[in-house]
Design a binder for this molecule. Sequence first.
Ligand SMILES: NC(=O)c1ccc[n+]([C@@H]2O[C@H](COP(=O)([O-])OP(=O)(O)OC[C@H]3O[C@@H](n4cnc5c(N)ncnc54)[C@H](OP(=O)(O)O)[C@@H]3O)[C@@H](O)[C@H]2O)c1
Length: 321
Amino acid sequence: MIQAIQKRSLGKTDIRITPIGLGAMEFSGGKGMIKYLLAPVPPDTQDEVICTAIENGTNWIDTAELYGSGYSEISVAKGLKAAGVKPEDVVISTKWFPILKRAKSMRKSARKSIERLAPYPIGLYIIHMPYSVSSVKTQMKEMANLFESGLIRAIGVSNFSKSRMIKAHEALEEWGIPLAANQMQFSLLHRNIETNGVLEAAKDLGVTIIAYTPLGQGVLTGNLHHSPTLLHYMPRLRRSRLSRQLEKTHALIETLESIACEHEAKAAQIALSWTTTYHGDTIVAIPGASKTYQAEQNAKAMRIQLTSEQKEAISSISLEL
Ligand SMILES: NC(=O)c1ccc[n+]([C@@H]2O[C@H](COP(=O)([O-])OP(=O)(O)OC[C@H]3O[C@@H](n4cnc5c(N)ncnc54)[C@H](OP(=O)(O)O)[C@@H]3O)[C@@H](O)[C@H]2O)c1
């Protein structure tokens, strides 16, 4: 069954986002640390991927200063401009890289991100991981200052455990600002947040979970099961990580493909639909795409409506992994 795309609130903010955004780590240009994981995408293809995602209903893009040391942020702005997207029609989330840094460096990083992303403002500013030299409270104070200066519209964290996420939420309460999101790895291959307290706490606090790597870097599309030679073209680190997962996921892929047939869809779309609906509106996802057909499929997954029986069948087989 086909359904219209319903936007959701980003946490308790007034920002409205589609259940599926576009992950822009793929646009790191083969620069920085990401080159060990992802091959560069040609600049024209990057523009086409962004345009396709937006044309098919996606209204937000996730990037980070880490991705290609700013290359991804520049690429996102370039692609949006090429597609003629107005700043008010798109939400950008980007991230401060905290390793070995103090919270006071955040303002300078945010200003640089703003320059690279111009004319598109930062909607959601995220602490990429919990490894700053400063305490969570000090980081949140700096975030609140950015918010009050109007440099960012919402505050998020990423890879924060339940207790750190609650600390961040409590620290922001002093300013009356909600913690909008926690970006976490979540997919049919990686369901830790369901058992480590993060998801439950996020639901209680009204924090949106942004699921990263929702397609298991391509494993959940089934393409690698059918054509394992595709692995040969991947950077070594990604190849070894993914090849380990192929063998144990055959039954899951078969289930996704058989349900996909019923919806005239693809396994990847069923996986994304499950990820963004199984826990109500709490979880949104940011699949990456290196080709236009992927961006189109992923955005169109928002129009699929799985039955509760289908969702449970997918869930139980993934729990057997
Ligand atoms: N906060 C964090 O710590 C963190 C960590 C990792 C990622 N992220 C974010 O999450 C986003 C997505 O994560 P990810 O890139 O690791 O993994 P992913 O979204 O699970 O996988 C993306 C890859 O899957 C393949 N793909 C995508 N759609 C497809 C489709 N419809 N059909 C067939 N193949 C498809 C493409 O691989 P090929 O290029 O091989 O075709 C693409 O590069 C990133 O862009 C980034 O924004 C955040």
